[in-house]
Design a protein around this ligand. Structure first.
Ligand SMILES: *[C@@H]1O[C@H](CO)[C@@H](O)[C@H](O)[C@H]1NC(C)=O
Ligand SMILES: *[C@@H]1O[C@H](CO)[C@@H](O)[C@H](O)[C@H]1NC(C)=O
Ligand SMILES: *[C@@H]1O[C@H](CO)[C@@H](O)[C@H](O)[C@H]1NC(C)=O
Length: 616
């Protein structure tokens, strides 16, 4: 599933198409976490304002210090944490505490409940909350947006920090510059432009710049525009005139220089603009140019020593940040493909279907692989009728081009399959238990006993994205055991399903979370919905190095014979995930997101931002 680097590496070189368009649109994207913002932290451009204060104590403090700090577990579970919750979103296990997953679930449930409880109940409250978080007035049309939200029962009406994160740097740029950059971008190959002119109330496709003709075969590259226009429907009349340029690729393309983004955020916080003639990128450091000089990635060793402590994810989008977790750069196709990516010399306002913490593509949700439900319902049995208790995964070897010259072996999918099929040696796992008060250090178990019993993880089909010779593809075919693809009915027999990235974000997540299975998710793409979902409540977050996967799985399913299992919790999270999908990821929820995003976008791009602000 998922494509993009495919195009970059295969279609482009092989067919000379030149573009890539990524295309298989997946469902959308991004989001990141917590609440309570205010202007921005220079140092922490890549993190949320709240998170940031911890790494950059002297730069702009969040204005509203009295707002609850969701980072402290004792605030809401009434006792000190027994494990060490780190600022980078990871919890370190204390062997003398109880199993950390209990605490992770408690903490996540409290956080989710608090978020639901504090949601604005009317327009007035929503405006107040908007001002509190972002320190400015909402965009013009906010009342119409609120009506839509109310009428369609869109939940969590304040949780759109993701939009803020995507657009805030542009507030620090002169709209004259932004319009010029936007216009220039329209002329580049591999873009298309949608928008609305002064004279026509309808949003239209205004231009296409592909290196090939748009035909019935290639027009799916424009699906993002089609989805957008159909989802926004009649609401489009309320969006001020705008032009928006989209990349049809499935991967983000705008790598951000930290220094430029930090300068833009600093200007935005002061209500001024950066001067493009003087603000220049920092030293070229490969992907690390996207990170603050004080970030762990730039302070420490790039390749960290193997972790001696057991760890789990507490805060998922922080765990996706390569500036906090530089090992992501060495283990994910998105980053492995370019050893020395050049950052953009300027921030470019362009939309894409996904992004990472190191890119500034503005993310727009789409409908690729979106499902309302899994039908017929008999293909999605309830928990008790799912017989396979291994962790299941089938997929192609996407994520990177496979050749003797690329680092494909380090990419997320090959690592996963290698790890699940390795039978040599022992592995140390936390032994789940119903009686022990202490989780302990873990016990060594021979992999040949453990792996076949708990993993059903294989490449499916045959090698793709490989070359340059057929011989190399054949080597790949021999190196792995390729299974047949799994259909939806077969997946319905599986209790525990893993979701990992392919060439870009995983479009299958919408279908998976809608099912009655418990979903484990490892990803480097903070999609649009992460402020609106809760790990450990709706799904199980997994580190991209999979170091927590064994222990999470064993906690829920129990040991080799199911001993010490917590299936009741597994069933609950699986069911709550499905309910979440049907309540928080409906077409109406995507529409509300897009509508708000484009009200904001039209304003930040406008020469008269003030007139496009909401007037009570
Ligand atoms: C990086 O690792 C090397 C070898 O382990 C060590 O000598 C050095 O002090 C480390 N540097 C930093 C900045 O941690
Ligand atoms: C298993 O691992 C050991 C130690 O790393 C190595 O010497 C041996 O060759 C491996 N066996 C197989 C079958 O790969
Ligand atoms: C998890 O289990 C697999 C299979 O036994 C093993 O290869 C891997 O090293 C284990 N990972 C950790 C972090 O223990």
């Amino acid at each position: 599933m998922v494509s993009g680097r495919i195009f970059r590496w295969v279609i482009v070189p092989l067919s000379g198409l030149g573009i890539l368009l990524a295309v298989y649109f997946r469902e959308l994207f991004l989001r990141s976490p917590p609440p309570i913002l205010q202007p921005i932290p220079l140092e922490t451009a890549m993190w949320s304002p709240v998170e940031s204060a911890k790494f950059a104590p002297n730069v702009f403090r969040p204005a509203n210090n009295q707002a609850q700090d969701l980072g402290k577990p004792e605030d809401y579970i009434g006792r000190p944490p027994s494990h060490h919750f780190r600022d980078d979103g990871i919890v370190e296990v204390n062997p003398n505490g109880q199993h950390p997953i209990f605490e992770l679930i408690d903490r996540a449930e409290a956080r989710w409940q608090a978020k639901l409880n504090r949601a604005s109940k009317n327009l007035e409250e929503a405006i107040q909350e908007y001002r509190r978080r972002y320190n400015r007035e909402p965009p013009k049309g906010f009342d119409v947006w609120w009506d839509y939200v109310e009428k369609h029962n869109v939940q969590l009406p304040d949780e759109y920090d993701h939009i803020w994160r995507d657009l805030e740097p542009f507030w620090g740029m002169n709209p004259i510059d932004l319009q010029r950059l936007q216009k220039l971008q329209e002329s580049y190959t591999d873009t298309y432009t949608v928008g609305k002119t002064e004279t026509d109330p309808r949003i239209k496709l205004l231009g296409v710049s592909f290196s090939f003709p748009v035909t019935s075969e290639t027009q799916h590259h424009l699906n993002g525009a089609k989805d957008f226009i159909s989802l926004i429907g009649d609401l489009q009349e309320h969006i001020p005139p705008f032009r928006a340029v989209f990349s049809p690729h499935d991967s983000p393309t705008l790598f951000t220089d930290y220094q430029i983004k930090a300068a833009a955020l600093e200007a935005a916080a002061k209500g001024s603009y950066i001067d493009l003639a003087t603000v220049k990128p920092g030293r070229r450091l490969g992907w690390l140019s996207g990170c603050s000089p004080s970030s762990p990635a730039r302070q420490g060793n790039r390749t960290s020593a193997p972790q001696s402590k057991k760890t789990f994810i507490d805060h998922h989008t922080k765990a996706m940040d390569p500036c906090l977790h530089p090992q992501i750069l060495e283990g994910h196709g998105e980053f492995l493909v370019h050893a020395d990516p050049g950052a953009k010399e300027v921030l470019v306002p362009q939309f894409a279907y996904c992004s990472t913490k190191l890119h500034h593509d503005i993310q727009t949700p789409l409908l690729l692989s979106w499902v309302e439900d899994i039908l017929p319902r008999s293909d999605d049995p309830v928990w008790e009728f799912r017989l396979d208790e291994r962790l299941g995964w089938r997929g192609s070897n996407t994520g990177i081009y496979h050749s003797p010259e690329t680092r494909w072996r380090s990419a997320q999918r090959a690592r996963l399959v290698d790890f699940a099929q390795d039978l040599n040696g022992t592995v140390k796992v936390l032994i789940p238990s119903h009686t022990s008060k202490k989780v302990g250090e873990g016990a060594e178990i021979p992999k040949q006993k453990l792996n076949p019993a708990i993993f059903d993880i294989y490449f499916a089909g045959e090698p793709v994205q490989c070359g340059p010779t057929q011989e190399f593809c054949e080597q790949l075919a021999r190196a792995y055991e390729w299974r047949k693809r799994q259909n939806i009915k077969e997946a319905g027999n599986v209790k525990y399903i893993l979701d990992v990235d392919g060439n870009a974000w995983s479009s299958r997540f919408k279908r998976l979370i809608t099912s009655n299975a418990l979903i484990f998710k490892a990803t480097a793409y903070p999609e649009w919905f992460y402020d609106r979902i809760e790990p450990w409540v709706h799904y199980i977050p997994v580190q991209t190095d999979y170091s927590d996967l064994n222990d999470s799985l064993l906690f829920f399913r129990g040991g080799l014979y199911g001993e010490g299992s917590h299936e009741n919790l597994a069933r609950k999270i699986a069911t709550d995930g499905r309910t979440w999908s049907k309540t928080f990821w409906r077409k109406e929820d995507i529409t509300a997101y897009l509508f708000r995003l484009f009200l904001e976008y039209a304003r930040v791009m406008s020469l008269d931002r003030d007139s496009l602000s909401y007037k009570s």
